[in-house]
Write a protein that binds this ligand. Structure first.
Ligand code: ZN
Length: 287
């Protein structure tokens, strides 16, 4: 496996903080030349760096995941995020974080995912929602696997009559008449919600002006779905912000009228943030 020296590691970590865990194709190619390695070796070499973005106050088990997207040539990091004093079902797994990161930041075709530990059943199911589930390469410390090998006799979107999949579904070109940013409206239109139909996304603004987004990503097995609030907090964590210390100015959650299902979950995870980060909640009528 390629080895990254300390100076390069610090450079990559700082770069990832700026980009919210995205390593663009230019830097990917530069690192491949510098380390004289291939794509997969680079993904694996980046795992300890991805794991530095984990926040695991419950398990102290730091998981990193690194996705490669063939179309953009970018790599996308993910790390686990646990919430103190909340149901364990609300945590974000590293694989979910990496997939959501790739999805939010423009990946088109997730080709492979490297992980520093075996993916749990929940994450295998989350990966099964991807448009590339049939060809995805999963790179583990014990070797390379297809998803079919790790998830035989699967239950997936088609079992519920859903012909779409995460990363290949279409944007909903709907009007959203709400006093929120245009970017948040766009994130709502891009949500993947084939099961509940609740188009939903979240925007988090820090006091220094930096803005983060999260989108609702549903799953055929329902439970592994990633809520927009967990998604946006994962983006915050990938920027190197520690949840209890982040200076949050405003969090806005948008949901679809008549299909709302995210407010209580959002309020629960928000208790992990500093101060009185109150939630601005909007619902809109889908037309
Ligand atoms: Zn998992």
């Amino acid at each position: 496996m390629a080895l990254i020296d300390n100076k390069t590691e610090l450079f990559i970590i700082e770069s990832c903080k700026q980009s919210h865990g995205v390593i663009n194709s230019e830097l990917v190619n530069q690192l491949i030349l510098q380390l004289e390695c291939d794509i997969e070796s680079l993904q694996q070499a980046l795992l300890p760096i991805a794991a530095t973005f984990a926040q695991a106050p419950i398990s102290s088990f730091y998981v990193g995941a690194v996705i490669f997207d063939k179309q953009t040539g970018n790599m996308y990091l993910g790390a686990n995020l646990e919430f103190k004093h909340q149901a364990l079902s609300l945590v974000v797994h590293a694989e979910q974080a990496a997939i959501a990161n790739a999805w939010i930041n423009g990946a088109k075709e997730i080709t492979s995912i490297a992980i520093n530990a075996a993916p749990c059943g929940f994450c295998r199911q989350f990966m099964n929602e991807l448009s590339t589930a049939g060809t995805l390469e999963i790179l583990l410390p014990t070797g390379r696997y297809s998803l079919e090998e790790l998830l035989p006799c699967d239950f997936g979107p088609q079992d519920l009559g859903n012909q779409e999949s995460l990363m290949s579904h279409k944007k909903e070109n709907i009007e959203i008449e709400l006093p929120v940013s245009e970017e948040l409206k766009e994130q709502v239109r891009l949500a993947y919600v084939p099961y509940s139909k609740n188009m939903s996304a979240a925007e988090l603004v820090l006091t220094d002006g930096r803005v983060f987004y999260g989108r609702y990503a549903e799953n055929a097995a329902y439970s592994p779905s990633l809520s927009p609030m967990s998604s946006v907090l994962s983006q915050l964590a990938l920027a190197g912000e520690k949840l209890p210390e982040a200076e949050v100015e405003r969090i806005t959650l948008v949901e679809t009228k008549g299909y709302e299902n995210q407010k209580s979950v959002a309020q629960a995870v928000l208790t992990n943030l500093n101060g009185d980060s109150s939630l601005v909640h909007h619902v809109f009528e889908a037309k």
